[in-house]
Design a protein around this ligand. Sequence first.
Ligand code: SF4
Length: 505
Amino acid sequence: MMKIHVTGVDPAFYRDIELIAGLFMEEVKVSDEPDGADLLLQFNVEDGRPVRARVTMTEPGGSRVWRAEHQREVKPDEQGKEYRKRVKQAVSHVLLSVLQESTGIIQPWGILTGVRPTKLLHTLLLAGKSMDEAEQILLRDYQLRPEKVELLKEIVHRQTAVLPDLYELDKEVSLYIGIPFCPTKCAYCTFPAYAIQGRTGSVEQFLAGLHEEIDAVGAWLKQRNLPVTTIYFGGGTPTSITAEQMETLFERMKKSIPFYEQVREFTVEAGRPDTLTEEKLDLLKRWKVDRISINPQSFKEETLKLIGRHHTVQETLEKYQLARQMGLNNINMDLIIGLPGEGIETFRQTLDVMKELRPESLTVHTLSFKRGSIMTQNKEKYRVAGRDETGEMVRLAREWAKEMGYVPYYLYRQKNILGNQENVGYAFPGEESLYNIVIMEERQTIIGLGCGAVSKIISPVTGRINRWPNPKEPQAYINTYRQQIADKLKALDEAYGVGEYSRIG
Ligand code: SF4
């Protein structure tokens, strides 16, 4: 544990200081307590317009000292919370500078520690900045590396080409339906995913609750006259349930959701190849599912065993071919960079296999040690790639994707992600997932149904976002779903106002 003694800054910023320092060190504790400190940070912040921040970082005994300063422009209308945000950014800026200088580690995403850097670029553009001005802000005030700014620009261009009404999407909503079952639990997983074997009773009870939830949400949408942009079945692995159960679910959806025929995209995650059968693929085709995911994660047998995937490489290849034969023509595949024991060579081999398969889209994740996953609990057992090698693999993926004709179209970041990198979705132009864009850019309400589904209710009146999680665990869902449905509809009513809502913007 690295103890950092801080002076000259509001303790309300300690958490932000920990987040930035945490990009460079394993475990960090920030306090105003000098005893036993490994580092001293003396800040000097001049509130004003601009905000001026300076920092001096000293090792105990004063053997080595680093200094940085930064001026953060603040607009006249930025008051209160917005103003404090600028002060926080100035503090983060100088801290990042001294840590980069002292460690020699350059953070690709600068002071950004959040999930959605593309949203920041959209926000700057919506605030009237030109792309060039936004680029300068990202480089200067947020200290992003130029290659990451280029990536963001490319993605934002792509998103607005694919969804020209992206900024107007609050006239519609999307639906996420969570099916919390998988054949087995993978070691890196923190999704609501419960082994399906031996759960016949609770699967049926869960589905009965889900049917009611679909009806209730459908009735609310009808009453509000709201069309649905995208429907996304995730989980877990939705294809873990039987073909019959899936068909009943789809029928219910078709009956309840207004303007069903106009839904722009219908995705079903079929991530685990071991859940796919001819019967289920035929069903997905018949129900005009636009897009499915079959996720290899890696094409190395030992890795799949190590991470508890319980399917073989051969099975992924066979099920992929089967899906193709059955006529599914928009298949996504997920890969993970930095899985235990894998480095640049293994990743190259994985990309070679992908070259043969040519799925319409692929999401290249970078491994993250999520709190609560089996892998994180046993971290010492897993040997993973270092910062530089991870960065190299991320670069390799980007170059390879470009060569293959894929374009990046969505991006998100996670805590404790290897090398402080990112996850990027690539697609052949025209095959992008609309849902992935919508969820990342938070431009419309997504109503979550089923287990572990988090509704993100964006008020078209105030623009405020309200997260509304359903229970993660099937039994908790079964016990409480009626109350949950009632509470969620109430939250939706509050956000959309009584009767006709008046749109903002
Ligand atoms: S298939 Fe996906 S949801 Fe299921 S256990 Fe593995 S990572 Fe989790």
